[in-house]
Write a protein that binds this ligand. Structure first.
Ligand SMILES: [Zn+2]
Length: 129
């Protein structure tokens, strides 16, 4: 159902242009030796994932937004569900959550950033673009 949408590419870490090739070097985002490392180009459509040196510096803004969204969502949900928790405990929970989800948010921010600049063009492999 989500095929051909940016959400499909983002949630499955697939190439933003063909939705077939892998985006990350390693599918396991918790492999810290390769965390967030991208492939140079798509195996299927030959899309170069990095347009220019430093292209993914902008992904830090996406990462920041994801972190803030996670913080606010967790704070509000925990405050509503467990009003007896102190602010220090809430902060501890959120810090633990952000550290745990850090590698995933890092990889997610890169694929979101790539999807802002590359658009779906079909699954037919096209070379020399
Ligand atoms: Zn591709």
């Amino acid at each position: 159902m989500l095929k051909k949408t940016k959400l499909y590419s983002i949630l499955n870490f697939k190439c933003p242009r063909c939705h077939k090739g892998e985006f990350l070097e390693c599918r396991n985002v918790y492999n810290l030796k390769k965390a967030g490392n991208l492939r140079e180009k798509c195996d299927c459509c030959d899309l170069k994932y990095s347009r220019e040196p430093g292209f993914y510096f902008g992904a830090m803004f996406v990462s920041y937004a994801l972190g803030v969204a996670l913080f606010v969502t967790t704070w509000v949900a925990t405050t509503v569900l467990y009003p007896q928790y102190s602010a220090e405990l809430l902060l501890g929970i959120i810090i633990a959550l952000i550290i745990t989800l850090g590698p995933y948010l890092y990889a997610l921010s890169k694929i979101i950033w790539a999807n802002l600049f590359f658009h779906y063009e079909g699954t037919t492999p096209k070379k020399n673009r």
